[in-house]
Design a protein around this ligand. Structure first.
Ligand SMILES: Nc1ncnc2c1ncn2[C@@H]1O[C@H](COP(=O)(O)OP(=O)(O)OP(=O)(O)O)[C@@H](O)[C@H]1O
Length: 309
C-alpha cells in the first residue's frame, strides 16, 4: 500500500489519438498534465469533446494511451492489477443495466468483490435510495440510476473515486444531497476526481478546478482564484444614450461615484450594476465562449455585465 504517498494522481504529457489513416486522426488528449493530491477533490471542467472522459478512462485503466506518463495510487494503470483496482472507485458516464437484481442486491454483489467493503444497506441509504432498496435496478429513473452508480462506485471503500458527470439527471434536491455525500467522503479521506458541466457543482465541491480544452489544461486554480486576479476584476455596467457600457476596475466605488456625479443630483444612472465575475464567467472566457461586448450590448438588462477577460 502507498498510503503515505501524498500524490494520488500524477499525469505528464498524456496523449491519446483516435482515428485511422483513411478517416483521419483526432488528438483527443494532446499533452495533458494533471496532479491530484491525496484527500483532494479536483473538478475537471471543459466543453464537450475536450478530452475529459478519455483522460479519466486512461487513469481508470479502461483505455490505453499513446504517450505520456501516468501514475495512479503509485502505479501505472496499464500494468496495475486487481489489488490496485480494488483501491479505486469508478462512476462512469453511461451505465446500462438489464439484470433482474434489486438495488440492494446489486450493491451487495459489488461489495462482495472488495476486500474491505462498506455496509451495502448503509451505502444505499447514503445515496438516498433507501425507499428503492428492494426495487429492480432496471426500473429506476435516470436520476435514481445515477445514484445507484455512485453507490456501486463507493461500496468498495475506494481511496480514489472517479466521478464522470455524476449528477447529470439529478433534481436539485438530489444534487444537494449528493454534494453532501461527496463532501463527507472527502472528509473521511477519499480522494475524488470529478468531471462536470455544472459550474456550481465545481464551485461547491472542488478544492481545485482544472479546465481542459482541446486535450490540454488551459487553467487551474481554486474555484475562487481560477483565471487569476485580473479575470476576477469587478465590472461596472451602465447605460449611456441607450447603449450598454462596461468598465473593469479594481475601484468600482470610484467609477460609480463618477457616474453619479455625471448624472447630476438626484438622477438615476440607468442600468447601473457592479458584478464580480463568477466561476462560470471566468470559465466561459477561458474556453472562448464569453459573451462579447456586442452580445452584451444587444441584450441590455439581462444581467450579463462581464466582458471577455
Ligand atoms: N472511441 C472513440 N473513437 C473515436 N473518437 C473518440 C472516441 N472517444 C472520444 N472520441 C473523440 O475524442 C474527443 C474527446 O472526447 P471525450 O469524450 O474524451 O471528451 P469529453 O471532454 O469527455 O466530452 P463530454 O463533455 O462531451 O463528455 C472528441 O472529439 C470525441 O469525439
Amino acid at each position: 500500500m502507498q498510503n503515505f504517498d501524498p500524490v494520488a494522481v500524477r499525469v505528464r504529457g498524456l496523449r491519446k489519438r483516435y482515428g485511422n489513416p483513411r478517416a483521419g486522426y483526432k488528438d483527443a488528449v494532446a499533452g495533458l498534465d494533471l496532479d491530484v493530491a491525496r484527500g483532494e477533490i479536483v473538478a475537471v471542467l471543459g466543453p464537450n469533446g475536450a478530452g475529459k472522459t478519455t483522460t479519466v478512462e486512461i487513469l481508470e485503466g479502461f483505455r490505453d494511451r499513446d504517450g505520456g506518463e501516468v501514475e495512479v495510487l503509485g502505479e501505472d494503470p496499464r500494468r496495475a492489477g486487481r489489488a490496485w483496482r480494488a483501491r479505486i472507485g469508478v462512476v462512469m458516464q453511461d451505465s446500462r443495466d438489464m439484470s433482474e437484481l434489486t438495488v440492494l442486491e446489486k450493491v451487495r454483489a459489488t461489495a462482495a468483490a472488495y476486500p474491505d467493503p462498506r455496509d451495502a444497506a448503509e451505502v444505499v441509504a447514503a445515496v438516498g435510495l433507501e425507499q428503492k432498496a428492494r426495487a429492480r435496478a432496471r426500473g429506476l429513473s435516470g436520476g435514481q440510476r445515477r445514484r445507484l452508480d455512485v453507490a456501486l462506485g463507493i461500496v468498495g471503500r475506494p481511496e480514489l473515486l472517479f466521478l464522470d458527470e455524476p449528477t447529470t439527471g439529478f433534481d436539485p434536491q438530489a444534487r444537494r444531497s449528493f454534494w453532501d455525500l461527496v463532501t463527507s467522503l472527502r472528509d473521511s479521506g477519499t480522494t475524488i476526481l470529478l468531471t462536470t458541466h455544472y459550474l456550481d457543482e465545481a464551485a461547491q465541491l472542488a478544492d481545485r478546478v482544472v479546465v481542459v480544452r482541446d486535450g490540454v489544461v488551459v487553467a487551474e486554480g481554486t474555484p475562487d482564484t481560477l483565471g487569476g486576479a485580473e479575470a476576477r476584476t469587478p465590472v461596472v455596467a451602465w447605460e449611456q444614450d441607450g447603449v450598454r457600457r462596461t468598465e473593469r476596475t479594481d475601484r468600482p466605488t470610484a467609477v460609480v461615484g463618477r457616474l453619479i456625479e455625471a448624472a447630476g443630483p438626484g438622477a438615476e444612472v440607468p442600468g447601473l450594476s457592479v458584478t464580480r465575475p463568477t466561476l462560470e464567467d471566468v470559465y466561459l472566457a477561458l474556453i472562448g465562449e464569453s459573451p462579447t461586448d456586442e452580445a452584451a450590448a444587444a441584450a441590455p438588462g439581462d444581467g450579463t455585465s462581464t466582458e471577455a477577460a
